[in-house]
Design a binder for this molecule. Structure first.
Ligand code: DPN
Ligand code: CA
Ligand code: ZN
Length: 330
């Protein structure tokens, strides 16, 4: 039917008047800022990993029962939160290794943001800072996204890698297992390996220090710390963690790091309030890498920055609450 312009205008006006009790169908999409993650929730995951190590011979290393128990523990939490999880197996050093992959359901699989870290420890100890810390921070961010019912514009995939300590085996296996299409669907990979060091640094992976390091991801992570009033330094972690395989495949990578065996300089101690001349993590790869080997402030800040980066990269928006239900039961 063809209406004269004046009538068409009237008709258009009439609709909202007639349905005035019905909220607008297409409410503007509100972007959702990352919440402040309570560090106690992250520490609770570390206590779980410590308990798993203690009851499995003191470690969570590749090929040992504490590793698979760690995978199963995280998987059950992610499954309960509604993630689509998958355990990818591989074989190295005569034992089966496992990567745990968790996709947030209902998201764009052609446009995926990934965040990950290694879940295995060395055999010398329980690996609570290396890398229970990154694993627990990632888990809590994943659970928070699900709990909030976030609507991401992009795909969101978390990964916990096996056999990192034997030479980045799990993450390399995963990247090699992808088809070309699957590989190019991954738009960013963020890596978190050691984020609760006892004499902590606030390092952001340098975009220039690695192949395909992403300036955009570096800036995003720097901004996350800046928003919390925390000064950062750039670091070149090169091929020392699981971002390496992604970078080599041409995927933009970034990450944060609170330091390992390196010693804090006096300039860094002034900036961050730590102990000059002392290692960032004195218990790196040792049996004393327990829940006592964690600086809660560092764990908290780095985890909040994971959330900041993830929420921003996926284009998080708030769950719709007002635009569907117009005859809701009271
Ligand atoms: N991934 C740990 C390792 O290679 O032992 C520690 C580490 C993480 C070192 C990040 C450098 C950068
Ligand atoms: Ca927090
Ligand atoms: Zn390590």
């Amino acid at each position: 039917m063809k209406l004269r312009p004046a009538l068409a205008l009237l008709a258009a006006l009439a609709v909202p008047v007639a349905m005035s009790t019905v909220p607008a169908a297409a409410a503007p999409v509100k972007t959702l800022a990352a919440p402040d993650i309570p560090v106690a929730n992250v520490q609770a995951h570390l206590n779980d990993l410590q308990r798993i190590a203690t009851s499995n011979g003191g470690n969570r290393a590749h090929g040992r029962p504490g590793y698979l128990a760690s995978v199963n523990h995280l998987k059950s939490k992610l499954d309960a939160a509604g993630y689509q999880t998958r355990v990818q197996t591989f074989t190295t050093s005569g034992a089966t290794g496992y990567n745990l992959i968790a996709d947030f359901p209902g998201t764009d699989q052609n446009n995926v943001i990934m965040a990950g870290g290694h879940l295995d420890s060395v055999s010398a100890g329980p690996g609570i800072n290396d890398n229970g810390s990154g694993s627990a921070g990632l888990l809590e961010v994943a659970l928070t996204v699900a709990k909030q019912g976030v609507k991401p514009a992009k795909g969101l995939r978390f990964a916990w890698w096996g056999a990192e300590e034997l030479g980045l085996i799990g993450s390399t296996y995963y990247v090699n297992s992808l088809t070309g299409t699957q590989r190019s669907a991954i738009k960013s990979y963020l890596n978190f390996d050691m984020i609760g060091s006892p004499n902590p640094a606030y390092f952001v992976y340098s975009a220039s220090g690695q192949p395909s390091g992403s300036a955009a991801l570096q800036t995003l992570l720097q901004q996350g710390f800046q928003a919390k009033g925390v000064q950062t330094e750039l670091t070149s972690v090169g091929g020392r963690s699981d971002h390496a395989a992604f970078a080599r495949a041409g995927i933009p990578v970034g990450g944060t790091f609170s330091g390992a065996e390196g010693r804090m300089t006096s300039a860094q101690a002034q900036k961050w309030g730590g102990q000059a001349g002392v290692a960032f993590d004195r218990c790196y790869h040792r049996s004393c890498d327990t829940t006592s080997n964690i600086n809660a402030t560092a764990l908290d800040r780095h985890t909040d920055v994971i959330a900041h980066a993830v929420y921003s990269l996926i284009g998080a928006s708030a769950p719709s609450t007002t635009n569907i239900c117009w005859r809701c039961p009271l």
